[in-house]
Structure formats: structure tokens, C-alpha cells
Design a protein around this ligand. Structure first.
Ligand code: NAP
Length: 436
């Protein structure tokens, strides 16, 4: 028998469990731990609430849970309730699938001002992550600045500008829907330190900005490179740039019907966030690309007004004491997913925060291959029986998959009309729903 512990129940964790299940069938036992009483990590609290088709991938993870050889072990905080070293004593392999839950700081003055948030916090707020549910951003001002040119920046800009009606069918949490309905934001500036050819935005997500009910995107035609140069882009990127070109061509008459503008400010590198106590603007330096395609400051600077700033410039993993970590890359130090004997990482904890949900599938399968090479037929470790004994001794209030289904049923039961669920945003509420 092989005993595997996976820490983190997001996509990387579940794809790893699926791979182990496929490879070893009844000859493996996998425990998937999560600090929250609810599974699916990024699918639940990262993927945008109006992207329900992406969230549907959790059905696949649910079927991984259908067999007894994989179980969900929720409400267990690794490092507090049980250490990684203890898990290593119990399981043949421990896999860190902890994602990259922390915001990468921009490293500029003013990041600590009021109403300046990183995207982990802001996305967590509108997605009901218990850690950020009480963020309470002030949306009463007129001007939001979103820093970064990736898909998260697009998510944030879109969520900030949608009407309540456009959230029909989404699982945006009630507190965010309510706050957004009263929002005064009329202008969202998306700051990109490089140009249209360097965006990290995918075409489908970028195209959505062209179909919003009350908001229209604006791109300055002068920022667009020569159209002939689009031919050198890979096809996905070319499609994204085509969207930017079409945004640049939106007629003013069309804009006049849209009270909200989403402005792309390219070649604009944030230098400082300004304000006294609370944010009032972002100081930006105009850039040009150097020979290596990097942003090079021109010395020309200006201020973009801002009553709210959200930095969407990437994430980093949380280090764990005793586990080698690559600070600059924000992930665990590893070779092909191997960290130390018996200790592995997968997904964003292995690669850093890049790629789509699906990128984690081959990642999970590849780390299971490495584990198979290392552990062979497994050992006489105690696995889940050992964990259960320890959990009983420590009086841990473990949440099982069956418990989660009860929580889910309660969330579905209290959904507003047309919504798939109304999430609990508080751990105690989740636990209570499991017991009701
Ligand atoms: P990302 O794709 O890495 O984009 C980060 C952006 O921040 C880049 O434009 C980067 O510019 C910019 N940036 C970094 N440091 C900066 C700084 N100091 N000042 C100004 N700009 C800075 O990260 P992300 O948007 O957080 O997305 C993370 C991953 O999740 C990506 O793989 C993304 O595709 C994925 N995701 C997918 C979806 C979806 O498919 N619907 C939705 C959300 C997220 P440079 O290029 O100049 O470094």
C-alpha cells in the first residue's frame, strides 16, 4: 500500500490525487488536506464568480472523491494542527499543493495606504474567502486603478464595472454584490508597464470587456504597434491584440452610451501610490521598450487619480519552516517537483503562478510519476489510520467530504434567485452548516 498526503485541495491537489488513483487504483490511499472546511481552493475563491463554466471543473474533482481511496480532510491547518514532518512520518509521500496565495508586493511607496489592495485580497473579498470577506473596500470614489496586464487585472476591472444584472447566474457573494451595486466608480485605468504586444491577457477574457452593459474599453491607437508586427505573435496573443485594436476603434457615439470607461494605459510603470492616509492617485512613469523587451523609464511622469487601487502583479507561495524556498520566484525549491526525500510540490507551489487550471493536470500526473519512481510498492507507514489516531488525540474537528456536501447543500439552499449558491464566508458558519 502507498500512503500519500496532499496539502491543498485546489486543482493541483485534485489532479495529483486523480493521477495517483489512476496509477495505483486500490493500492493507494490519498488524503487531501485543506485548512478550510471547504474544498477546491482557487476554483472556489480565485476563479471569477461570473466564470461559472470554468468553476464547473470541480465536478471532475468531486468524482475523484467518489472512490474510498481518496478522501478530503478539511479544517486542518498544516503547521498548527499537524506539522509537515509529522505527516512525513505517517505517509510515504507528502505533496505541497498549496498554490500561491500571497500578493507579490509592487515594492513602491504608498502600498500601505487605505483602499490599496493586492489582488489576492480583493479577489478573495468578492469570492468570499474567509480570510478576506471583511476587507470592505470603499467603492464610493470615481476612479479605480488596476495595476498589471494579466488575466487577474481583467477579472478585477470587469467585476468592478458590471451591473448587478450582469452577475445573474454567478456566485459572487452577497456582500460584494451589494457593495458593487452602490459603487461610484466611473473610470478604471488598467496600468501596463509594457505595451499591447507584451500583455499576459488571453483573448476570451479580453474580449469580454467589449460586451459589458455599462462599460466600454478605451485603447489609445497611438500605443498600438504597427499592425504588420502582429504577424510575429503566437496565435493566441495575436487574437488578444486584435481585441485591443478593436477597442481602439470603438466610436465615440458608442462610448457616449456607456457611463463607465475602462482605459488601458500602456507604457505606464507605477512609481508611487499617493495619498495622505487614504489613496488619492498613482504616480506613473512613461516607459519605452528596451532592446530586450523590458520596460525602460523615460523620465516623464504623471499622476493618475485613484480612489481605489488593486495591484494584480502576480502571487507567491507561503514558505513553510524547514522546507527549501526560492524567495525570488516565490515557490518551493524543487527539481521536477521533488523538494526533499518524501516531500514534493505541484502546481503553483512548484512552478510559480502561471498557466491555466488545466496546466495543473500534467503537473499532477508528472509528480505522481516521480513519487512512483521513489516509493515503489510503498512502505509500512500508517497513513490515514495514523492521522486519524493523531487527530482524535488532538481533538481536531476534521471536515469530511460528506460534511462538505452538507455545507454545499446549505449554500445552494440559501442562494439568491438565479445563483448557483450563496457561499458561507466564515469558517464557523461553514462548520455549523455541516452540523445542522
Ligand atoms: P500574470 O499573468 O503573471 O500577469 C502579471 C502582470 O503584472 C503582467 O502584466 C506583469 O507585467 C505585471 N507586473 C508584474 N510586476 C509588476 C510591477 N512591479 N509593476 C507593474 N506591473 C507589473 O499574473 P496574473 O494576472 O496574476 O495571473 C496569474 C495566472 O492566473 C496567469 O497564468 C493567468 O493567466 C491565470 N489566470 C487565468 C484566468 C483565466 O483564464 N480566466 C483568470 C485569472 C488568472 P510584465 O509582463 O511587464 O512583467
Amino acid at each position: 500500500m502507498r500512503h500519500i498526503a496532499i496539502i491543498g485541495s485546489g486543482p493541483a491537489g485534485y489532479y495529483t490525487a486523480e493521477a495517483a488513483q489512476k496509477l495505483w487504483g486500490d493500492e493507494v490511499r490519498v488524503d487531501i488536506f485543506d485548512m478550510l472546511p471547504v474544498p477546491y481552493g482557487l476554483i472556489r475563491t480565485g476563479v471569477a464568480p461570473d466564470h461559472q463554466s470554468i468553476k464547473g471543473v470541480s465536478n471532475r474533482y468531486e468524482s475523484t472523491n467518489a472512490l474510498d481511496n481518496v478522501r478530503f480532510v478539511g479544517n486542518v491547518m498544516i503547521g498548527e494542527d499537524i506539522s509537515v514532518a509529522e505527516l512525513q512520518g505517517l505517509y510515504d509521500a507528502v505533496v505541497l499543493a498549496t498554490g500561491a496565495p500571497n500578493d507579490r508586493p509592487a515594492g513602491i511607496a504608498g502600498e500601505g495606504l487605505e483602499n490599496v489592495f493586492g489582488s489576492a485580497a480583493f479577489v478573495g473579498w468578492y469570492n468570499g474567502h474567509p480570510q478576506f470577506a471583511k476587507l470592505n473596500p470603499d467603492l464610493s470614489g470615481r476612479h479605480a486603478v488596476v495595476i498589471g496586464n494579466g488575466n487577474v487585472a481583467l477579472d478585477v476591472a470587469r467585476i468592478l464595472t458590471k451591473t448587478s444584472g450582469e452577475f445573474t447566474g454567478s456566485d459572487i457573494v452577497g456582500h460584494a454584490l451589494h457593495a458593487l451595486a452602490k459603487s461610484g466608480i466611473e473610470h478604471v485605468t488598467i496600468l501596463g508597464r509594457r505595451g499591447p504586444h507584451q500583455i499576459a491577457m488571453t483573448p476570451k477574457e479580453l474580449g469580454e470587456l467589449g460586451h459589458l452593459e455599462r462599460a466600454a474599453p478605451r485603447v489609445d491607437p497611438a500605443d498600438l504597434p504597427d499592425e504588420a508586427d502582429d504577424a510575429f505573435l503566437e496565435p493566441g496573443q495575436r487574437k488578444s491584440v486584435t481585441h485591443l485594436r478593436s477597442f481602439a476603434g470603438i466610436p465615440e457615439a458608442f462610448r457616449a452610451e456607456k457611463p463607465v470607461e475602462i482605459e488601458f494605459d500602456f507604457f505606464a510603470s507605477p512609481k508611487a501610490i499617493l495619498g495622505e492616509g487614504r489613496v488619492s492617485g498613482v504616480e506613473v512613469e512613461r516607459t519605452r521598450l528596451d532592446a530586450n523587451g523590458r520596460a525602460d523609464g523615460t523620465g516623464e511622469s504623471y499622476v493618475v487619480p485613484a480612489s481605489l487601487v488593486v495591484t494584480c502583479i502576480g502571487y507567491k507561495s507561503s514558505p513553510i519552516p524547514g522546507v527549501p524556498f526560492e524567495e525570488s520566484a516565490g515557490r518551493f525549491a524543487n527539481v521536477d517537483g521533488r523538494i526533499l526525500p518524501g516531500l514534493y510540490c505541484v502546481g503553483w507551489a512548484r512552478r510559480g503562478p502561471s498557466g491555466t487550471i488545466g496546466t495543473n493536470r500534467p503537473d499532477g500526473f508528472s509528480v505522481v510519476e516521480r513519487i512512483a519512481e521513489d516509493i515503489g510498492l510503498g512502505s509500512a507507514k500508517q497513513g490515514r489510520a495514523g492521522f486519524d489516531t493523531l487527530a482524535a488525540e488532538r481533538k481536531l474537528d476534521v471536515v469530511t467530504f460528506r460534511d462538505w456536501k452538507k455545507i454545499e447543500e446549505a449554500e445552494v439552499g440559501r442562494a439568491r434567485d438565479g445563483a448557483p449558491r450563496e457561499k458561507f464566508v466564515d469558517v464557523d458558519e461553514m462548520i455549523r452548516a455541516r452540523k445542522d
